[in-house]
Design a binder for this molecule. Structure first.
Ligand code: PBG
Length: 327
């Protein structure tokens, strides 16, 4: 059956038929909203390389969470900014049960119990070297780092986290965290594994947000080479076998092929992280009047769904969900 009998434009003729044959849709519950938290009081600081995105002190966070809930967002992913004085090479503050992350989780679960709370598990915001693991002789050592990460996961679970989200890329950390949480009685706390996390330059603005840029070298000995796809599937396979509940691909837009391949190969919820640099690019182009921010935002988010993502961690969560519910 070919042209002129087949005319694909028939299904694009009006808004009604376009809606009827639309294959993918965005819903507010697709989004995970990242939240940056700082110590202190009355803080709401804009991140210079992420216009419209802020770091909040806990007393200022409630309002933001209420706005997220109002537009239908169901989950948040917490990150904390740690003062220089609390950073070391052992992750001491990371496993402090009274640390800012732990207090933040408690605050949110007490006041907004239905909000699904995910926590970032990685040492870099706590590291005097800005690395995701312990540094010995210029190397990021795997197994000692995994021990800290497992303790961190337990500490977050104890505080009430619904799911921990390890973003460090150490080998074997999912299994270690699963075991540590199970042994501590937190078998119902989930793990969203940043399974295929690439050594990307798109993380720049995030490192400004948390003041967590590596003090020496780069992250190429643990994060993945952007050239590789087979390796991403191996990472995902391992994380699933170690107990991951959700696997993640990161960054997002330049890695849609990876999202697609993961979804095709595994029967597990897949999330994608639409990272800070992707957000900054759209904001910057929109500020210059070069792109229509809302349209480009919605188009990129929809592309994640088409590629196969079930969940999207994005700094656009509130704005996009607001648009969706007002339509
Ligand atoms: C670090 C971490 C990073 C991001 C999330 N967790 C940065 C990095 O690996 O250096 C990036 C998020 C973003 O850019 O939006 N564990």
């Amino acid at each position: 059956m070919k042209y002129p009998k087949t005319r694909l434009r028939r299904n694009r003729k009006s808004s009604a038929i376009r809606d009827m044959v639309q294959e993918n849709r965005l819903h507010p519950s697709d989004f995970i909203a990242p939240i940056f938290i700082v110590e202190g009081k009355k803080q709401k600081e804009e991140i210079s390389s992420m216009p419209g995105y802020y770091r909040y002190s806990l007393d200022m966070l409630g309002r933001e969470l209420e706005e997220l809930i109002e537009v239908g967002i169901e989950s948040v992913l917490l990150f904390v900014k740690v003062p220089e004085s609390k950073k070391d090479n052992k992750g001491t503050e990371a496993i402090n049960d009274n640390g800012l992350m732990q207090k933040s989780v408690q605050f949110i679960k007490e006041n907004y119990p239905d909000l699904y709370v995910m926590t970032d598990v990685a040492m870099d915001p706590y590291s005097s070297y800005g690395h995701d693991g312990i540094v010995e002789d210029g190397e990021i050592v795997n197994d000692p780092s995994v021990e800290v990460l497992a303790k961190m996961a337990v500490s977050h679970a104890k505080a009430g986290a619904d799911m921990v989200a390890p973003s460090d890329m150490m080998d074997g950390r999912i299994g270690a965290m699963r075991k540590a949480m199970d042994d501590a009685g937190f078998e119902n706390t989930g793990i969203m594994a940043y399974s295929a996390k690439y050594a990307s330059s798109f993380y720049g603005p995030f490192r400004d947000a948390l003041d967590s840029a590596p003090g020496f070298g780069d992250k190429k000995t643990y994060q993945m080479n952007p050239a590789n796809l087979d390796e991403a599937l191996r990472e995902v396979e391992l994380d699933i076998s170690e107990g991951a509940d959700i696997v993640m691909v990161k960054p997002g837009m330049p890695y849609l092929d990876v999202v697609h391949a993961v979804k095709q190969n595994f029967n597990i919820p897949v999330s994608v992280y639409n990272v800070s640099g992707e957000y900054a690019m759209i904001k910057a182009a929109a500020e210059k009047g070069w792109l229509n921010e809302k349209e480009v935002m919605m188009e990129s988010l929809l592309a994640f769904k088409r590629a196969g993502a079930d969940l999207i961690a994005t700094y656009f969560a509130k704005e996009a969900a607001g648009l969706i519910i007002s339509q």
